[in-house]
Structures are given as C-alpha cells and as structure tokens.
Design a protein around this ligand. Structure first.
Ligand SMILES: [Fe+2]
Length: 300
C-alpha cells in the first residue's frame, strides 16, 4: 500500500479586504465557527477534528496566502523540507514550533509556481462530529496553473502525492483515501481556483446550499455530480470573489484505482456533470475562478 508522508489537507489561509465582513460570511452564512484570533488572523473551525480549516486575514484584495498540509511524522517533515529545497522552493519559515493557535511543528515554503505551503505535524485536534448541513473539514483545494505538468510532478515527486485522474483541463492528486485533496487546473495565470469544504453527505450539500441561498448568496454552479472523484458539488462566490464549494461523497480509492486520462474523461455534448440538471456556471463564478492570485506572487 502506498505510504503518503502528507496525511491530509488541513486548512487554507486567504486574505480579504473586509475582515469583519468575511468573518461574518464564513460564520453566519457558510456555517463555520470562530475559534481563535491571533496575530491579526481569524481562525474558523468546521465540525471535524481539525482545530481550524480556514484562516482569514486583512489584505488589499482576496489572495490565497497559504495552504496547510498535515504530515505523518517529524521524519517525514524533515524529508519533505529537504526535497522541497532541492526542488527550488524558497523557505518562508524554518522548521520549528508553530506560533499559531493550532500549534505543532511546522515549516513554510513557497514552491516555484508561487503558492505558499505549510507542512505541520502534531497540531492540536479537537473532538469532532458530523453535524447535518455543516462543514466537516476541507475536501480539496483547486489551484490554477499555467504549467500544470510541472506542478503535478512537484506534488508527486516532492510531496509524495499520487495522480488519480487527468482530464483535459485538470490533474487530480491524492494523499490519503480521498480521490483528491489537491486539484490542478490549467489556466493562463497561477492562483486559487476554489476551496472545497466537505459536507457529511449529499443531503447536507442540498440543505446547506439552500441555507446559503436563503442568506442571499446564490449558487454559482450546481448542484451536480463531478466526473473524476464522483463527488457532488455546489459552488458559490464569497463576497470578495473567492470561489467556495460544498461537496460530499468523494470517491474513496486505494492502490487498485486505475488512473484515467483525458480521452476517458469526456462528457457528452451539453454535459458538465453526471446529472445534467444544473444550469450553466454563472459568469461571476467563472471570472472568480481566475481572479484570486497567490499572496505576494507579483514579487516573486
Ligand atoms: Fe472542486
């Protein structure tokens, strides 16, 4: 059985031009819970056992500041750091104790395409529980890349992920039994495509989406069922242009899973998902999926 040094996608950090407004949106509308405020950042938890799944901080615009992965051991942490340096990553924070409220031992790098990635071991966990219509944990982060094959090989060779599927536009990568924790999307610019939050089940995606709609945020795409990963989805655009997804029923895979390529992931004309009942993706959602850069990317 494949051993994955990275065990999970833990959290994502984004900046927002309206910290109070975004905190209100992600708690009151999206259903997360504020659990800490530290160093100017707001830490928001889901109902699972991660201390938090989303960090918000003030910025001039919405940017993807950091992706955090949990690592299985201190040895794996050191090994990933060494491979990352050899692969040309810039060390943003040396290996050491985290100063954030989730704790643990961590280091932070910027990979060659510009995203900042944190790796942590021994971070604080809480007692988690599935709650109907509430986010359990993160499901995946989808990254735009102008050079998708290079980033795909970085995730595989340096971070130990495995490719599970490759459609014409996207590469799907796993670090545990979930079909994907990271998706890379071909795009003209590097940046964040969207963040997906895992719901307990399909019913919670439906009812949770209805609650978001009730609070004035329309669905940008969905509800539907994806091809690769077979997960159900509903996409929204947050008040400052970050695309977020409720998802559930992500395909569980093991080493026997057969990787399929672009020729096998082809929809019939007019289809973009298995069900074929969702209206076309909104223009606002399409635009937002290409509009959130990596923080500091312009200076790298
Ligand atoms: Fe997604």
């Amino acid at each position: 059985m494949t051993y994955f040094p990275v065990s999970a996608l833990r959290s994502v950090e984004i900046s927002t031009p309206d910290l109070a407004g975004s905190t209100d949106f992600y708690t009151r509308v999206w259903g997360l819970e504020k659990v800490a405020e530290h160093g100017g950042k707001i830490f928001l938890a889901a109902t699972g056992d991660d201390f938090h799944v989303l960090e918000l901080k003030s910025g001039t615009t919405s940017e993807l500041c950091k992706i955090t992965f949990r690592v299985g051991s201190l040895e794996d942490l050191s090994a990933i750091l060494q491979r990352a340096v050899e692969a040309g990553c810039v060390i943003m924070r040396e290996l050491g104790p985290s100063d954030g409220p989730a704790g643990g031992t961590r280091f932070v790098i910027r990979e060659p395409q510009g995203s900042v990635i944190e790796f942590v071991h021994g971070d604080t966990r809480k007692a988690g529980a599935e709650v109907a219509n509430k986010v359990l944990r993160l499901a995946h982060v989808n990254i735009n890349s102008a050079s998708i094959e290079a980033l795909s090989s970085f995730y595989q060779q340096v971070l130990g992920f495995q490719l599970t599927d490759r459609s014409k536009m996207m590469a799907f990568l796993r670090c545990n039994d979930d079909h994907h924790a990271v998706v890379l999307a071909e795009a003209s610019v590097n940046g964040l495509n969207h963040i997906a939050f895992l719901m307990p089940n399909l019913e919670s995606v439906m009812r949770g989406s209805g609650l978001v709609v009730d609070k004035g945020c329309p669905i940008g795409w969905g509800v539907g069922r994806h091809g690769p990963g077979d997960n159900v989805f509903a996409y929204f655009v947050d008040p400052h242009g970050v695309v977020i997804e409720y998802t559930a029923e992500v395909l569980q895979v093991d080493d026997s899973y057969r990787v399929k390529g672009p020729d096998e992931w082809v929809w019939p004309p007019g289809r973009t998902d298995h069900w074929g009942i969702a209206p076309p993706k909104s223009e606002a959602c399409k635009k937002a999926q290409l509009s959130v850069p990596f923080a500091g990317a312009r200076s790298v």
